[in-house]
Design a protein. Structure first.
Length: 280
């Protein structure tokens, strides 16, 4: 606590920002080929773990604290995105398919992966969980929420499975022209990990138009604030599942978050969703 206010992870006191939040851990175009070659040399799954370990997690935490999301450019290479999007047609990889219009969720569809997860998705889920658990534990302390999260994802999944949440939640979403995803939260049961991630697998302006990723936050006794998150193919966005802490004049309070996708004006769009708790 500094000057009577909570310290969000040791960052300097922030002033209101007039420009959009910057992305963290940039991957310049000149390094894209080197990244792809490194992944091929050690294997894609091992390369993912090395990449995640090298991210600037303090910068990611700062962006999440200040704005409610953080962008990690180039989390997957273009070839990895294309190969992963092609998996949508492999029915054996998935446990269920949801047509959104049948449930009032929007328009489009998505499929949940089955266990065992594909190696790259498993590597993403496992390697991202640890540093995100550090952030999640700080958030829960600030918001006076009881749950704490172990450093290893397997231990957290054991907690979920013991409570009957045994179905895997990583999913792939597919949108065509006219499709959209209503604002929602991915909760799935009693045990909820407070952060999740999405990776855009299609190229805006080439594969599709429209279809922007949208976040809203509802602060107590205030109107909702909307954030349109700019993503390119291979970029990952990290964002809250349900609540995040915000600093107010009287201390820290909870901000309710929801996310969705605006209407796709043309083309097709695929996204990988990474949720760290399992479902009932």
């Amino acid at each position: 606590m500094k000057n009577g206010e909570f310290d969000f992870g040791g960052a300097a006191e922030r002033k209101p920002r007039k420009t959009p939040p910057v992305s963290v851990a940039p991957a310049p175009e000149a390094n894209a080929l080197a990244l792809a070659n490194a992944r091929k040399a050690v294997g894609a799954a091992a390369g993912i773990a090395v990449h995640v370990a090298g991210l600037d997690w303090q910068a990611i935490a700062d962006e999440l604290n200040a704005h409610g999301y953080a962008i990690v450019p180039g989390m997957l290479t273009a070839d990895e995105c294309i190969a992963m999007a092609a998996q949508y047609r492999q029915a054996s990889l998935f446990r269920s398919r949801v047509v959104m219009s049948q449930h009032g969720f929007g328009s489009g569809e998505y499929q949940y992966f089955r266990y065992p997860l594909p190696s790259m998705i498993s590597a993403l889920r496992q390697s991202l969980y640890g540093p995100l658990a550090d952030i999640a534990n700080r958030w829960h302390e600030l918001m006076d929420m009881e749950a704490r999260f172990p450093p290893d994802h397997a231990d957290f999944l054991a907690r979920c499975h013991a409570a009957g949440q045994q179905r895997p939640t990583p999913l792939m979403l597919q949108y065509a022209a006219g499709d959209y995803n209503c604002l929602h939260q991915d909760l799935y049961g009693e045990h909820v990990f407070p952060l999740q991630a999405a990776i855009l697998l299609s190229q805006p302006g080439k594969d599709f138009e429209g279809g922007e990723f949208v976040l809203t936050e509802q602060r107590p006794r205030m109107q909702s604030r909307v954030e349109v998150v700019p993503l390119k193919r291979g970029d990952m966005v990290i964002f809250p599942v349900n609540h995040r802490p915000a600093q107010g004049a009287r201390g820290v309070y909870r901000v309710a978050m929801r996310h969705g996708v605006s209407r796709l004006r043309s083309g097709s769009r695929h996204t990988l969703g990474l949720i760290f708790h399992d479902a009932t």
